[in-house]
Design a protein around this ligand. Structure first.
Ligand code: FAD
Length: 302
């Protein structure tokens, strides 16, 4: 199956863009701010909160960084004007991490200053391992200044994560999205076995709760979601203590179930003009997603 998925991932760049678009559509709000805002409204009306992500990481020019900053600011202004329940999520490599890390950290700080004015929180997404330390450093630095407006992400497939969470735990308020991790990382630093990743995921979740931190339980895996339901009961958590998180377009029946059971849920909403590059890069990074895309070709997103 792995070989099959890799084969599909490698041949997808030759599939017509329009066809990739048909399949990617279910995972993306659209190209424009208005598309993201309409999706947030729809999901808010279903009882979910959102986080909006502008596509286009690995930015290598100052003009692109500036464009990214402008679009995020306009998006936050709209979220605030329309009184919507949504945070934003951003990636260090969209804000200059590839060019100048100091400038990147300063750009991210500016975004949080702007977000705070609009009463919106910002999650710094976690990219692949060359950015792990950098991302945690920015988070730790800015957390002191903006404890209520900054979050970041930890990945259960990384062997270091339990330790990272322990260290973060020493220093005050902490809101962390916990996901498995999407990048194809080397085996010496990342677990490859699904059961091992799940075991680590639950261990990290428990550690976060023992420390009184606010976890974003980001997964579509039934096993983890049902285990999390039990852990929430075991720790007698209230709705203010945690949230589930899911990606737009993935497992909508599970999304409904989580909401119907009364759990807080945040949906991650990617949008932007660079959807095509984003889709292809995601497939190359993690060929297993190719299986979902092919399924989508046959079911046309249903
Ligand atoms: C809100 C959110 C934010 C995230 N942020 C980050 C981040 O900052 N950094 C990072 O490295 N990763 C991030 N991820 C991705 C994450 O690390 C996983 O790669 C992804 O969520 C798949 O893992 P899973 O836990 O859903 O389990 P899996 O075992 O991969 O999936 C469980 C089931 O969900 C379904 N499924 C999963 N993904 C898809 C899909 N794309 N299309 C269709 N069905 C699917 C399948 O039925 C699968 O059997 C994020 C995920 C979420 C939900």
């Amino acid at each position: 199956m792995k070989l099959f998925n890799s084969l599909i991932a490698n041949t997808l760049p030759y599939v017509p863009k329009s066809l990739v678009g048909v399949v990617s559509k279910r995972y993306l709000a659209g190209e424009y701010i208005e598309d993201a805002i309409a999706t947030v409204k729809m999901l808010n009306s279903e009882g979910a909160v959102c986080t909006v992500d502008l596509l286009g990481e690995f930015v290598t020019s100052e003009s692109e960084i500036q464009k990214t900053i402008d679009v995020y600011k306009k998006t936050m202004t709209k979220i605030s004007e329309e009184n919507l329940s949504s945070s934003i999520s951003l990636k260090p490599t969209s804000f200059g991490a590839l060019i100048d890390r100091k400038e990147c950290a300063s750009n991210i700080r500016d975004m949080i200053v702007f977000a705070k004015e609009k009463n919106i929180s910002v999650t710094i997404d976690m990219e692949d391992h060359p950015y792990t330390d950098f991302t945690l450093e920015i988070y730790n630095q800015l957390r002191k200044e903006f404890p209520d407006h900054i979050r970041t992400v930890v990945q259960a497939y990384l062997k270091r994560t339990l330790d990272d969470v322990q260290k973060l735990a020493v220093e005050g308020k902490c809101c962390l999205r916990l996901c498995k991790g999407i990048y194809n990382e080397p085996a010496d630093i990342a677990y490859k076995d699904r059961n091992k990743i799940n075991e680590n995921y639950l261990q990290i979740l428990r550690l976060m709760l023992h420390k009184g931190y606010y976890p974003g339980i980001a997964t579509h895996d039934d096993y983890l979601v049902y285990k999390a339901f039990k852990i929430i009961e075991e720790f007698s958590l209230t709705k203010e203590d945690y949230e589930f998180q899911m990606l737009l377009g993935v497992r909508s029946e599970l999304r409904k179930e989580i909401l119907a059971k009364g759990h807080p849920l945040r949906i991650y909403i990617p949008f932007g003009e660079r959807w095509y590059e984003y889709s292809l890069r995601r497939l190359k990074e993690n060929p297993n997603i190719a299986g979902h895309i092919v399924k989508g070709f046959f079911t046309f997103g249903r």
